[in-house]
Design a protein around this ligand. Sequence first.
Ligand code: BGC
Length: 255
Amino acid sequence: MTLQGKVAVVTGGNSGIGKAVVLALAAQGANIVIDYIADEQATESLEQQVRALGDRVIGVKADVSNVADLETLVSGAVNAFGRLDIMVNNAGIETRTSVLETTEEQYAKVLDINLKSAFFGTQLAARQMIAQGGGGRIINMTSVHEDWPMPGNTAYCVSKGGMRMLTRTAGVELAAHGILVVGVGPGAVDTPINKATVADPAQLQKLDGAIPMGRLAQPEEIASIVAFLAGPGASYLTATTVFADGGLMQSSPGL
Ligand code: BGC
């Protein structure tokens, strides 16, 4: 087990990619803080799964678009487990609205949940890692759309483009402290964010058809990359993004 005794916070940790990340880190021996905003029951059942793997876990209800809540999350990890080694800024939403139709409220919500949370999550985690010493890992869940336009999902693309530069800049700033900052850029993944597409056979066929591998990723196929990036095998990776999109970005316009 590569993460024995490490302490990890996963934002948006009780569903989708976040849930798979929680289980992948726990499978490597990490103790986990699951951040969530809704569905207490899902969090509790995930906590049981983590305990069954032999690890310690707490759930913290925190709205990561709010810096005070992020402080509660990071201090929750330190109070429960004494330290923080791995911060996974995973929480994210999309509105599927174009530049012409996106409202101020939609823009603010997407940018706050996706980008502001990652910015201040990085800041607070890094401060804790510096205070305790010994470095750490910060992993930002971005998207192929940190680089690749998705017409009709503009605020989301703006937020992911921001996460791209957050990852690069914070990675450079924090390298001297032994803190590595890496992005993970999935393509289409079978999670709640793609529920409508997956539920519509015509849309799903179109999406699958655009992916050279011919299918969406399962969340576990993204989570395994996060577990690798948090571990000893990724000791020289920082200020960059690892894409996992089944070849999507190289093949066609955004769908
Ligand atoms: C978006 C999905 C989209 C996928 C591939 C993801 O980042 O959340 O809505 O299907 O990228 O374009």
